[in-house]
Design a protein around this ligand. Structure first.
Ligand code: GUN
Length: 283
C-alpha cells in the first residue's frame, strides 16, 4: 500500500485564494496589504525565491515593494533601509531574504525589524510569543507544516512527533507549534544518539536538517505522517528531500514529496501573515 502523497501545491493554491479574498476585502476599505522584500546580493536560489514570492503575491492581491541591494551593501546601509521600512505607513510586512552575504549580521537585521511588521516571524519578540504558546506571527515554513497536518486530518493531541533539525527558521518553531498543539515532541539533530529509534516511534515526522535522504524509509512507522522540509540539490541537478521518499511512501499514511510538498506552503503563509499584519495595523 502506498500512502497519500500530499499535494502542497494544491493546498497552497487554496490558501492563496483565501488570502486573496481577505486582501480584496481590505482593499475595499482602502487598505492595500503591502510586503517589502529585501534581497541583498545575487544568491541564485534567493533570486528564485524572490521571483516566486512576487508572482504569488500578485495573485493574492498583495502589493510587493522590491528592494534589491548589491552584495557590497554595508550593515549600516541595510539597517537604515529597515528603519525606513519600519517607519513607512504603507508597508505592512518586511521580509529580508536569508542568507545574507558573508560579513552581514542577519541576527542584528532581524532584531531591527518592527515586530508588528515581522511577517517572517523571526524577530525574538515573535519567537518569544510562539514559545509562550500565543503566536502572533509564526515563521512561514513551520506554519505551512501545521496547515498540511490539518489538511490530512492528523490527530495531534497526544501524538508522538519527531522533528529532525533545530534551526531557528524551521526545526525549533515547528517543534513549538506541535507542542502548542499538544503533541509530545522530540527535537532531534546531528548529535542525536539513535535517530532511527526516535523516528521508529513517531506518529509524525518532520525532517528539516538538509541532509539528502538521511531518514531511511524503513525507519518510518506504519501509518505515520511524514513532512519533508529538505530541499537538497544533487550533483545531477535533481532535488531530493531529507527522507528516502519511495520506501517511506510505502509505510506512511501520508507524505509530502520534494518538490511540491512543504515548499509551496511557505510563500502562501508569508502572504497570509502579510494580510494579518495589514489588518492588525490598519483595520
Ligand atoms: N530563505 C529561505 N527561506 C526563508 C524564509 O522563510 N525567510 C527568509 N527571510 N529567508 C529565507
Amino acid at each position: 500500500m502506498i500512502g497519500q502523497i500530499i499535494d502542497g501545491k494544491a493546498v497552497a493554491a487554496r490558501l492563496r485564494a483565501e488570502v486573496a479574498a481577505a486582501a480584496s476585502a481590505l482593499r475595499g476599505r482602502q487598505i492595500v496589504p503591502t510586503l517589502a522584500v529585501v534581497l541583498v546580493g545575487d544568491d541564485p536560489a534567493s533570486a528564485v525565491y524572490v521571483r516566486s514570492k512576487t508572482k504569488a503575491a500578485r495573485e493574492a492581491n498583495v502589493d510587493i515593494r522590491d528592494h534589491k541591494l548589491p552584495a557590497t551593501t554595508s550593515q549600516a546601509e541595510l539597517m537604515a533601509l529597515v528603519v525606513t521600512l519600519n517607519a513607512d505607513p504603507i508597508v505592512d510586512g518586511i521580509l529580508v531574504q536569508l542568507p545574507l552575504p558573508a560579513g552581514l549580521d542577519a541576527d542584528a537585521v532581524l532584531r531591527a525589524i518592527d515586530p508588528d511588521k515581522d511577517v517572517d516571524g523571526l524577530h525574538p519578540t515573535n519567537l518569544g510569543y510562539l514559545a509562550q504558546g500565543r503566536p502572533v506571527f509564526a515563521p512561514c515554513t513551520p506554519s505551512g507544516c501545521m496547515r498540511l497536518l490539518q489538511e490530512v486530518g492528523a490527530e495531534l493531541a497526544g501524538a508522538r512527533a519527531v522533528v529532525i533539525g533545530r534551526s531557528v527558521l524551521v526545526g525549533k518553531p515547528v517543534a513549538l507549534l506541535l507542542s502548542n498543539a499538544n503533541a509530545t515532541v522530540t527535537l532531534c539533530h546531528s548529535k542525536t544518539r539513535d535517530l532511527a529509534g526516535e523516528v521508529r516511534r513517531a506518529d509524525i515526522v518532520v525532517a528539516a536538517i538538509g541532509r539528502p535522504e538521511l531518514v531511511r524509509g524503513e525507519w518510518i512507522r506504519e501509518g505515520a505522517i511524514v513532512l519533508d522540509v529538505g530541499v537538497n540539490r544533487m550533483p545531477d541537478g535533481k532535488l531530493v528531500g531529507d527522507v528516502e521518499f519511495s520506501t517511506a511512501a510505502q509505510r506512511a499514511r501520508a507524505i509530502t514529496p520534494v518538490p511540491g510538498g512543504v515548499g509551496p506552503m511557505t510563500i502562501a503563509c508569508l502572504l497570509d501573515n502579510t494580510v494579518t499584519a495589514a489588518r492588525r495595523r490598519r483595520a
